[in-house]
Design a protein around this ligand. Sequence first.
Ligand SMILES: NC(=O)C1=CN([C@@H]2O[C@H](COP(=O)(O)OP(=O)(O)OC[C@H]3O[C@@H](n4cnc5c(N)ncnc54)[C@H](OP(=O)(O)O)[C@@H]3O)[C@@H](O)[C@H]2O)C=CC1
Ligand SMILES: Cc1cn([C@H]2C[C@H](O)[C@@H](COP(=O)(O)OP(=O)(O)O[C@H]3O[C@@H](C)C(=O)[C@@H](O)[C@H]3O)O2)c(=O)[nH]c1=O
Ligand SMILES: [Mg+2]
Length: 282
Amino acid sequence: MMLVFGKTGQVTCELQLLLQNACFLSREEADLSDPEACARLIREIKPEAVINAAAYTAVDKAEDNEELARTINGAAPGEMAKVCAELGIPFVHISTDYVFDGSCNQPLSPNHATNPLGAYGRTKLAGEKLIAEAAPVHAILRTSWVFSSFGNNFVKTMLRLSETRDTLNVVSDQIGGPTSARSIAFAAMIMARQLTNAPDKTGVYHFSGKPDVSWADFARVIFADAGKEMTVNDIPSSEYPTPAERPMNSRLDCSTLSEFGLSRPDWRADLKSVLIKLGAKA
Ligand SMILES: NC(=O)C1=CN([C@@H]2O[C@H](COP(=O)(O)OP(=O)(O)OC[C@H]3O[C@@H](n4cnc5c(N)ncnc54)[C@H](OP(=O)(O)O)[C@@H]3O)[C@@H](O)[C@H]2O)C=CC1
Ligand SMILES: Cc1cn([C@H]2C[C@H](O)[C@@H](COP(=O)(O)OP(=O)(O)O[C@H]3O[C@@H](C)C(=O)[C@@H](O)[C@H]3O)O2)c(=O)[nH]c1=O
Ligand SMILES: [Mg+2]
C-alpha cells in the first residue's frame, strides 16, 4: 500500500482519484507541523512507498510565517525521508520552480544552481536538502504553476475575477509551464512504482506542462476557453507588487523525465478538462 501525506490539496485530490488502495492522511491525522508524528505514522503503517504532496503553499503569507513554513516544508519531509531510508521504501516529494531565482534566460535543468527569492522557496529548498541528506530511494519532482478543479489556483482566480471585471492587468515577464495537478499525480505514481525496482533512478526531476507562457498569456487562454470577454493587459512584475518576489524565468528543462518514460503534458488539453469539471467550458 502507498501512503500519501495530504488529502485536500490539488495534487492529493487527484491522487485520490488515481490510487484506489492508497492511504491518505489529512492534516488532522498527520500534521506536518509535528514532523516526529509524521515519522511515527510511517513506521506504524509500514507502506510500500510514501508520497508527500502536503505543503505550506501560501507564497505571500510565508514571508511572515517562515518558521512554520520551514517546519512543514523542510523538517517534516526531512523526517519522512529518514524513516523511508530506514524502512528501505521509496519517497516521492513535490517541490517547486520557486527554489530558483529565475535570473537566467534558458530552461532550468535539475542541477541548475538554486537561489530562492522568497520564504516559500527557501523552505521548499530546505526540504529538498534534508531529503538528500537522509538519502532514501527518492524522487524530488519540481513542478510549477499548478491548476485543477480543486483548491485554489490561478485558473479559479481568473474565473472568479471575470464575474466582476472586464479588464485585468496581468504580469507578462514571468514565464513558466502551467501544470495540471492530475498530470503531477500521475507522474508521482509512476515514479513511486518505478523506484521500487529501480532505486538508481533516485534524484531531482523537473515536471511542468508545455508550452511555456507568461501569466498574462495563460490568463488569455483561460478566458478564451471559458468564453469570457476579458481584456488582459500585459504588465511588468514591478506594477504588481506582492510581499514575495517571484522568479521571472520559471521554465523547467524536463528532459530527464524520459528515465521514467514520462514527458511534458500539454496544459492546454488539461485546462479544457478542468474547465469542463468546473462547468466553465465555453
Ligand atoms: N500550487 C502550486 O502552484 C504549486 C505547488 N507545488 C508543490 O506541489 C505540492 C502540492 O501542491 P498543491 O496540491 O497545489 O497544494 P494545496 O495548497 O492545494 O494543498 C496543500 C495541502 O497541504 C496540506 N497541509 C498544509 N499544511 C499542513 C499541515 N500543517 N499538516 C498537514 N497537511 C497540511 C493542506 O491541508 P489543508 O487542506 O488541511 O490545509 C492541503 O491538503 C506542494 O508540495 C507544493 O509545494 C509546486 C509548484 C507549484
Ligand atoms: C490575480 C492576479 C495575479 N497576477 C500575478 C501575480 C503572480 O505573479 C502571478 C500568479 O499569481 P498566483 O498568486 O496564482 O501565484 P503564486 O501563488 O505565486 O503561484 C505559485 O504557487 C506556488 C505554490 C508555486 O510553487 C509556484 O509554482 C506558483 O504556482 O500572477 C497578476 O498579474 N494579476 C492578477 O490579477
Ligand atoms: Mg497562490
